[in-house]
Design a protein around this ligand. Structure first.
Ligand SMILES: [Zn+2]
Length: 465
C-alpha cells in the first residue's frame, strides 16, 4: 500500500517500525561524555536564544551581573541564580497569559497546559510546535522504557479534564509513538474506566498509583471479575509518590497481575522525562538532549555529582525549548540516585523520588518527607492497613515537638494490641528516619479511599476522629 503524505503528523511515520528497538531513541544509550558535548552545544544556542528573546532572563542575568555569552558549559551554569516557582508565578501575573518568561512569538504558540499550583490560580505553560514535539519525544522514551510498545492500547487513568499534563499531552504522546490511548480519564470515573478495560482489553493502564490501586480493587464490584483477568500487562504510574513506595507498587502488581513502572517529570519542563525501565531499579533520565539536570544538596547549596547513593533536589535547565524556557529551575523534587549503570543499556542516571520540598517537614532538625513515612507504614502490613496521615498542626514546616502520625490498624487486627503497634511504629520511624513520632492507631478505613484525586498525606489540623 502506498503511504500517503500528510502535512500534519499525529503518529511518527516510523513509530511501528520501532517496536523491536532496544530503546525508543539511540540517545538514551549514548556515552555520557558524548551527551555532555551535545548538551553544551545546545546550551550555547539556548543562551543566545534567551539573550535575544527572553525579557525574564535578560533582567535576571543583568541583575546577577552575568552575561549569556559566558555560560558555555554545564559547570558554567553554576554562576546562574536559580529560577524559583514563586518567580514563575510572579512572571505570569506580570504579563498574562504566559509571563515575562515567554520567549516565542504568540503566533508560534500552538498549545497550552495548566499545572495544579499549590495555592490559588493554576500556572500556565505555552508550547511551540517544536516544544510539543520535544514533550512527545521525552514521554515516548519513558513509555517505551516501561515496556509500552507501538501497537498497544493504553487506558487513560490520569485526569483528562483540568488541563494537567497527565491529560491531553499523554494522549498526544501515546499517539506519537503509535499507541492508541483510550481517553476516558480519571474524571470519567471508575465504572467507565473498568468498563472500557473489559470491552477494549488494553495492554496498558496509565494512572496515579493510588488511583490504580483503587481502580483494581473496584473491579469485582463493578465488573464481577478480578482486575487481573482483564489482560493489563503494564501499569504505568506517576504524578504522585507511590510507584516508588514498595507496598503500593506491590499492591498494584498484585491486583492487576501486571508489571508496575513509574515515571517522573513536571509541567514546567515537560510531562515525564524520568522513566523506569523493565529492570524496575529506578527511573532513568531519558531526556538529556533536552534538559540539563543538576543535583543540589539543599543543605550546603552545592551541586553534587550523580553518584550511587547521592541525594538532592533536581535542578533543570531546558535546552532547545522555545516558548517558556527555564534556566536552573528548582523542581522541588528530592531524589536518591540508585545507580549509574543498568543492564538495559540506558546511560541516564537512575533515581527514586524521596519527596517534594513543598511537603518536607523539619522535626527537631531532621528532614522528614510524609511519603517516606508512608513507605514505612506500608511495609508494616498486615499489622497496619498501610494508610496514614501526618498531622502538621503547627506554623510553617518546622516543629520541635514529636510529629503526630495517625495510622489505620490492619483490618484483621484486634484493637487490644494498639498500644504495642503504636510503640513498634514509633520505633521503626525513629530508627529509619531519625525523628520522634507520636502515633495514634485508628480503625481501618477511617480515611477516605483515593478516588480521582491525589492523596494529601499531610493534614494541617488534627482531624475529628
Ligand atoms: Zn535500565
Amino acid at each position: 500500500m502506498a503511504s500517503m503524505e500528510y502535512s500534519i503528523q499525529y503518529r511518527r511515520a516510523d513509530a511501528l517500525e520501532r517496536k523491536n528497538y532496544a530503546h525508543w531513541h539511540a540517545v538514551e544509550s549514548m556515552p555520557l561524555a558524548d551527551l555532555k558535548k551535545l548538551q553544551e552545544e545546545k546550551l550555547v544556542a539556548q543562551m543566545a536564544y534567551l539573550k535575544e528573546r527572553s525579557p525574564f532572563y535578560q533582567k535576571k542575568f543583568s541583575d546577577a551581573g552575568i552575561s549569556f555569552d559566558e555560560i558555555r558549559t554545564v559547570k558554567d551554569l553554576q554562576k546562574v541564580p536559580f529560577t524559583l516557582k514563586t518567580e514563575i508565578r510572579e512572571s505570569l501575573k506580570a504579563k498574562p497569559p504566559f509571563g515575562l518568561h515567554l520567549a516565542a512569538d504568540m503566533e508560534d504558540v500552538i498549545q497550552m497546559q495548566a499545572s495544579s499550583g499549590t495555592t490559588g490560580s493554576p500556572s500556565y505553560v505555552a508550547l511551540t510546535q517544536g516544544d510539543a514535539e520535544m514533550w512527545h519525544e521525552m514521554n515516548a522514551r519513558c513509555f517505551f522504557a516501561s515496556g509500552i510498545r507501538p501497537g498497544d492500547m493504553s487506558l487513560h487513568g490520569f485526569a483528562l479534564a483540568k488541563g494537567f499534563v497527565g491529560g491531553v499531552p499523554i494522549t498526544q504522546s501515546m499517539q506519537y509513538m503509535g499507541v492508541i490511548d483510550i481517553p476516558i480519564g480519571a474524571d470519567g470515573g471508575a465504572d467507565r474506566l473498568l468498563r472500557a478495560a473489559a470491552d477494549v482489553r488494553p495492554r496498558v493502564l496509565a494512572a496515579a498509583p493510588n488511583f490504580a490501586v483503587f481502580l483494581g480493587e473496584k473491579a469485582p464490584d463493578i465488573l464481577g471479575v478480578e482486575a487481573k483477568t482483564l489482560g493489563i500487562e503494564v501499569v504505568l504510574v506517576g504524578g504522585e509518590p507511590g510507584g516508588g513506595i514498595p507496598a503500593i507498587r506491590q499492591r498494584i502488581e498484585e491486583v492487576w497481575g501486571a508489571k508496575c513502572c513509574e515515571m517522573l517529570g513536571g509541567t514546567d519542563m515537560g510531562v515525564a522525562y524520568w522513566g523506569e525501565c523493565e529492570k524496575q531499579s529506578g527511573m532513568h533520565m531519558v531526556g538529556m538532549d533536552y534538559i540539563i539536570t543538576e543535583l543540589l544538596n539543599p543543605e550546603t547549596g552545592e551541586v553534587i555529582p550523580f553518584e550511587d547513593g547521592a541525594e538532592g533536589e533536581l535542578i533543570y535547565t531546558a535546552i532547545g525549548r522555545e516558548a517558556n524556557p527555564l534556566v536552573r529551575f528548582r523542581s522541588g523534587d528530592h531524589v536518591e540516585v540508585l545507580g549509574t549503570k543498568c543492564a538495559c543499556g540506558r546511560t541516564g542516571p537512575k533515581v527514586r523520588c524521596i519527596g517534594r520540598t513543598d511537603d518536607m517537614l523539619i522535626i527537631r532538625g531532621a528532614n522528614v518527607f510524609p511519603s517516606a513515612i508512608q513507605s514505612i507504614i506500608g511495609d508494616m502490613t498486615p499489622e497496619t492497613n498501610g494508610v496514614m496521615r501526618v498531622v502538621a498542626d503547627f506554623e510553617g514546616h518546622t516543629s520541635q515537638g514529636a510529629l503526630k502520625v495517625i495510622v489505620e490498624r490492619g483490618p484483621d487486627r484486634s484493637p487490644g494490641r494498639d498500644k504495642e503497634l503504636k510503640k513498634s511504629i514509633e520505633t521503626h520511624l525513629r530508627n529509619s528516619l531519625a525523628f520522634k513520632a507520636d502515633v495514634r492507631i485508628v480503625e481501618p478505613d477511617t480515611f477516605e479511599k483515593p478516588g480521582a484525586v491525589k492523596v494529601a498525606l499531610t493534614l494541617r489540623e488534627y482531624p475529628d476522629l
